[in-house]
Design a binder for this molecule. Structure first.
Ligand code: BF8
Length: 678
């Protein structure tokens, strides 16, 4: 089939500006596909970012469109603000109020996205616990038994004076009920909050931010940011904290735990990443989105011998599954399915001409996928009732856990049948890298912790003795307003060069995988001497991939384990640790940032920051919040400065803990060694 050139790089008949591929991405495969798209006259997000500039006032967070008297726009005066900030909207809302309301609505949307994903998993979990579906079973009973007590579910029973193990099916059912209840229970507080270090829980309690249930905190934000309600930015931020905690320590953490129980807790495995994972002679199915409930079924179906035979009967050598965004991270972590690319590469996968089907569920899906697919043979298949596309070439196969196997088989067959429609003009970039992924709280403990003590003590010991300077969580999206993957990679490389071990999730994890940073061999090339020594001894990469964005909850729990293991203070805010989202774009990132800050983590964002038009409010986020929760926000678009702000924070925490001298000794040892070698 010849490629039809339907999506033109044109705006109102005029040739639109197109992206310079090299300026748009650091990745050669991405550059190659941007150029190919331009040659074919197909626009991609990179070109659209050139053709359309963002609204400056919206970017600064000071455009209020919460009522029909507006939008009220409060630009920052060119000369800056001297004296009192007198800017206000028609109702009198100040720049602080408007920016805080907009910020809060981002938290609400982000928390809703993560938590609704969690709810969907909890519903499937309930079906599995009730044995209403053959497709899903309780796979990881060890994890079920570990999670149950945190939801107040007993794992043993007393009978005739004896303590006996409780029936697994009963435990699963009660876990399902207790978990689902967290979204809407009428009173009390979220059960998982007590998993946090005690001083942190006490801080939340003292400040009145313990979430009551997940849904309520999101609804509360929508109410208080309605026209004429909360007009005190500090009070609005308080609710941001509550809703974001309901995400990180609620909806996201439940999503992670229940997925692990249903699909298996990840353990390290080998895979590959980048567009080069697509196969010229196989049926390529790309899975994209966030919820792994259907993709788990597609993974199982695509491996069935009868499906592979069916693919062969249509002239293909087999079926190659790969993924984009966080559904990809989910099936990577548990099955080693390769990553096709990050958020910004979704259109580019189709532009190879090699994709038979792109199967999408929810979140981070470009509507333009359907337009790009029109130019090729690719079928775009939506699967989720809340996430459909208006374009007529999109097929909707609504997933239901009660007929999940049939849904998955139908989708895989559509892809196989489509193989014969593939055009001859297929270009698959050769770039791909090997990666070791599949880390989690359990495997980090196994590799870096004390096996016998069952804690993170050995990791702490390496931080105390200075081999490791500290820990960073580097996460989040790509943003077409910055060079694709440049911030991610420069920041991570600078951190590991300075002996900071990196925990990654989301598109940062994919970017690091594409760059080859997720292999133990990387340590000798890019790491400082201390981190290199630890990686070599233990056999781990310096960057540990912990999964999707809901799996940021794994970072919270890993930090909690470090705090509890001893020697590094008592709270997350005491740790030599920092967070980063170099190229964020999603509202989910704001919710994540807020729950990290409220859990005591210094969190730096790159790209842009959505409150820059309200300096007083921004100062509250960047400085004053630290006095409340021990964590604070920061913004730094320059990747190297960004990394060094994190390192400076880590060093300040080391000093406060009195372990800064240990690191100086380690460095002296290295210099001494070098002198000896000379
Ligand atoms: O949830 S990192 S671009 S894919 S939002 Fe989206 Fe951002 Fe990627 Fe995963 Ni997270």
């Amino acid at each position: 089939m010849a490629i039809e050139k339907k999506a033109k790089v044109e705006v109102e008949g005029k040739k639109a500006k197109v992206a310079d591929p090299i300026a748009a991405s650091i990745d050669i495969a991405t550059q190659e596909m941007i150029l190919r798209a331009q040659k074919l006259g197909i626009d991609t997000v990179f070109d659209r970012a050139e053709a359309m500039k963002p609204c400056n006032i919206g970017n600064q967070g000071t455009c209020c469109k919460n009522c029909a008297m507006g939008p009220c726009r409060l630009p920052l005066p060119k000369a800056g603000i001297e004296g009192e900030d007198t800017r206000k909207g028609l109702c009198g809302a100040t720049a602080n109020t408007i920016a805080a309301r907009n910020f809060a609505r981002m938290v609400a949307a982000g928390a809703a996205a993560h938590s609704d994903h969690g709810r969907c998993v909890a519903e499937v979990f309930m079906s599995a616990a009730r044995k209403e579906t053959e497709a899903y079973q309780i796979k990881d009973t060890e994890k079920l038994l570990a999670v149950a007590p945190h939801l107040g579910v007993e794992t043993t029973v007393e009978k005739d004076g004896q303590v006996l193990d409780r029936n697994i099916d009963e435990i699963a059912l009660e876990v399902a009920e207790k978990a689902l209840n967290e979204w809407g229970k009428p009173e009390g507080e979220l059960l998982y909050l007590k998993r946090a270090p005690e001083p942190l829980y006490e801080k939340w309690k003292k400040n009145g931010v313990l979430p009551r249930n997940i849904d309520r905190e999101i609804v509360d934000i929508m109410h208080r940011t309605h026209m004429g309600v909360d007009q005190d930015y500090k009070n609005i931020v308080k609710q941001c904290t509550r809703a974001s905690l309901a995400d990180g320590w609620g909806g996201s953490m439940l999503a992670t735990d229940l997925q692990d129980i249903l699909f298996g807790t990840p353990y390290p495995l080998q895979s590959e990443a980048n567009l080069g994972v697509l196969k010229k002679d196989q049926v390529n199915i790309v899975i994209h989105g966030h919820e792994p409930v259907l993709s788990e079924m597609i993974v199982a179906t695509a491996q069935k011998p009868e499906m592979i035979e069916y693919a062969k009967s249509k002239g293909a050598k087999g079926i190659q599954l790969s993924g984009i965004c966080c559904t990809a991270n989910e099936i990577l972590q548990r099955h080693g399915v390769p990553l096709c690319g990050t958020f910004l590469q979704q259109e580019l996968a189709i532009i190879t001409g090699a994709v038979e089907a792109m199967v999408v569920d929810v979140q981070c899906i470009f509507q333009n996928l359907a337009n790009v697919a029109k130019c090729f043979h690719t079928k775009v298949i939506t699967t989720h009732p809340i996430s459909r596309m208006e374009q007529s070439n999109v097929e909707h196969i609504e997933f239901d856990e009660h007929h999940a196997i049939e849904d998955a088989e139908r989708i895989v067959r559509i892809a196989i049948d489509n193989f014969q429609n593939r055009g001859a003009d297929v270009i698959i970039p050769t770039q791909k890298n090997v990666q070791i992924a599949g880390f989690g709280v359990e495997s980090v403990q196994y590799h870096l912790g004390g096996t016998f003590r069952g804690t993170y003590y050995t990791l702490n010991d390496n931080i105390i003795n200075g081999r490791l300077r500290g820990i960073a969580g580097v996460v989040g999206c790509n943003n077409a307003r910055t060079r694709h993957n440049e911030g991610h990679i420069q920041i991570v490389k600078e951190l590991i060069k300075n002996d900071v071990i990196v925990l990654t999730t989301g598109c940062n994890g994919i970017a690091c995988a594409m760059e080859g940073l997720l292999t133990p061999d990387t340590a000798a090339v890019f790491c400082g001497p201390g981190l290199a020594e630890v990686c070599e001894t233990v056999g781990i990469p310096p960057v540990l991939h912990l999964g999707s964005c809901v799996d940021n909850s794994r970072i919270l729990l890993a930090a909690t384990e470090v705090a509890k293991a001893g020697g590094l203070g008592k709270d997350i805010s005491d740790l030599p640790a920092a967070g980063s989202a170099p190229e964020w774009m999603s509202e989910k990132a704001i919710s994540i940032g807020q729950y990290f800050v409220s859990s005591g983590v210094y969190t730096v964002f790159g790209a842009t920051f959505p409150t820059s038009g309200a300096p007083v409010f921004q100062k509250y986020l960047f400085e004053d919040l630290e006095k409340v929760y021990g964590g604070k926000w920061d913004f730094e678009p320059d990747p190297i400065k960004h990394a060094h702000k994190m390192i400076a924070h880590i060093d300040a925490k080391r000093k406060a803990l009195g372990i800064d001298k240990a690191r100086e000794r380690v460095l002296m040892d290295m210099a001494d060694r070098q002198k000896l070698e000379a």
